[in-house]
Design a protein around this ligand. Structure first.
Ligand SMILES: [Zn+2]
Length: 110
């Protein structure tokens, strides 16, 4: 909870930085989000949003950011060192043994 004194402090801090105190109630922070996996269309024949592409100007509300993160859209761009679930699934798939045609080879059949 933000009490009266805290609100006054925030308003003072904001005005010192050049913002209006009204922004405390009305202004919603915006963030840029990044896809961490390729998003395919419903038919599954083309990629609508490629991994790494940017979703600009999304609401920065924590609940919205959390819901997007569950769908593989995070606040930072994907990288080789990314530890998110979506990047990990992709890198683990590449580690699995494949034959020359690209099919997965099961360890159990050996
Ligand atoms: Zn990632």
């Amino acid at each position: 909870m933000v009490d009266y004194r805290r609100r006054k402090e925030l308003a003072k801090e904001l005005s010192a930085a050049g913002y209006k105190a009204e922004m405390l109630d009305s202004w919603q922070p915006k963030v840029d989000l990044f896809y961490h996996e390729d998003k395919w269309n419903y038919a599954g024949d083309s990629i609508v949003n490629a991994k790494g592409s940017k979703l600009k100007n999304q609401p920065g509300h924590p609940e919205h950011v959390m819901n997007q993160a569950r769908r593989g859209v995070l606040t930072y761009p994907p990288s080789d060192t990314c530890v998110c679930k979506f990047c990990n699934i992709e890198s683990n798939e590449n580690k699995l043994p494949r034959d020359t045609s690209g099919k997965f080879i099961s360890n159990k059949t050996k």
